[in-house]
Ligand binder design. Structure first.
Ligand code: PLP
Length: 387
């Protein structure tokens, strides 16, 4: 079946109980009832298909995990209360003292701080490498390397990494490849089919798509996910049934939403590229983007995030930011509403001038998550703010 069909029907059979419903109900319960001691024993031995406690498993959450697994093309998907809960649970499961993680230096700030500040306290070493070095990652992998972690497209410049190249090098060296696919989503970029071992997405963004849920998902093989499921029980970062229901509902329209995000973003990016107040537009769907070739090979759509560098630097960017009316000033991305943020005040906050240059980030940058409003209205709003 195609993605659109899977997103609507996968997982719905989890609740085929006494009152069969078309949609999966919200099992708003922390615990489940057993008929007898014999059933408890059967559950513990794995011969009774039931539920014990919602921190372990909950039918509403399991239903959405099955939808996610179908869309990601994974044997197993696991839901978490945030993207950060997913990332930390994965890394704390797959790494132990003495191991090394190789990570692209351009990654989400939260992930960076887990790897830079938290993992070394547990005796796990890290090596940050550039986007360029990632394309030849085999030469960075050493005897202690266990995981290579990367993103594509990368915030806020939307640089792209050759996913198949990185995963092939990891496989050859016998290390795990793990990737944060939040910006593209599995609809635009089905990374597990490109040889990736572990896919992570913040469900807070395109998967839910309505800016009203915080969540994260990890997807991979049964063998890889089984120990992660055990750690999730211990750390307790599982998603609650109520947000899981909202996420599952949002996912049913995901192919339509993502297609429109792609189309709106391309139209807006093309307009902005011609605007007299703009120094540069960063969007992987534009031929002018340095990684357009890589993006075109591995993405079926280029996503909804467009970054602009405004002529006149920080002052001009701040002025335009304050003048936007339809596009709201807010962090995050992937919702139906267009929102924008200033990288120097969010993802790159506190970096020195030298560090900003290294990250390819300028003080005149505005990152825009293009929503599902009429593209013409968005263009008019951006035009008046920039002019
Ligand atoms: C690329 C990326 N990865 C991970 C996260 C963390 O996800 P969450 O905020 O759901 O914990 C974010 C959040 O903005 C993100 O942009």
């Amino acid at each position: 079946m195609k993605q659109a069909t899977k997103l609507i029907h996968a997982g719905n059979a989890v609740d085929a109980g006494a009152t069969p419903s078309l949609t999966t109900p919200i099992y708003e319960t922390s615990t489940f009832v057993f008929d007898s001691v014999a059933d408890v024993i059967k559950y513990q031995e794995g011969t009774l298909n039931g539920y014990l406690y919602s921190r372990y498993e909950n039918p509403t959450v399991v239903a959405v995990e099955q939808k996610l697994a179908a869309v990601d093309g994974a044997e197993v998907s696991l839901l978490f209360s945030s993207g950060m809960a997913a990332i930390s649970t994965a890394l704390l499961t797959l790494l132990k003292s003495g191991d090394e993680i190789i990570c692209c230096s351009a990654i989400y700030g939260g992930t960076f701080h887990i790897i830079e500040d938290l993992l070394p306290r547990l005796g796990i070493t890290r090596r940050f490498i550039s986007i360029e070095a990632l394309s030849n990652v085999g030469s960075s992998i050493g005897p202690k390397t266990k995981i290579v972690w990367f993103e594509s497209p990368i915030n806020p410049t939307l640089r792209c990494v050759d996913v198949r190249g990185v995963t092939a090098a990891c496989r050859k060296a016998g290390v795990l490849s793990a990737m944060d696919n939040t910006f593209a989503s599995a609809i635009n970029q089905p990374v597990l089919s490109m040889g990736l071992d572990l896919s992570m997405q913040s469900c807070t963004k395109y998967l839910n798509g309505h800016s009203d849920v915080t969540g994260g998902v990890l997807s991979g093989s049964q063998a890889l996910m089984a120990p992660i499921a055990k750690t999730r029980r211990l750390l307790g970062g599982v998603m609650d049934p109520q947000p899981a229901f909202a996420l599952g509902r949002g996912m049913k329209t995901m192919p339509l939403r993502v297609a429109q995000h792609n189309a709106n973003a391309l139209e807006v990016a093309q307009f902005l590229e011609r605007h007299r107040s703009i120094h540069r537009v960063y969007y992987p769907g534009l031929a002018s983007h340095p990684d357009h070739g890589i993006a075109a090979r591995q993405m079926s759509g280029f996503g909804g995030v467009v970054t602009i560098d405004v002529k006149g630097g920080q002052d001009a960017a701040f002025r335009a930011f304050d003048k936007l009316k339809v596009v709201k000033r807010a962090a995050s991305l992937g919702g139906v509403e267009s929102i924008c943020s200033l990288p120097i005040l969010t993802s790159q906050y506190g970096l020195t001038d030298e560090e900003l240059v290294k990250a390819g980030v300028s003080k005149g940058m505005i990152r825009i998550s293009i929503g599902l409003e009429d593209a013409g209205d968005l263009i008019n709003d951006l035009d008046q703010a920039l002019t």
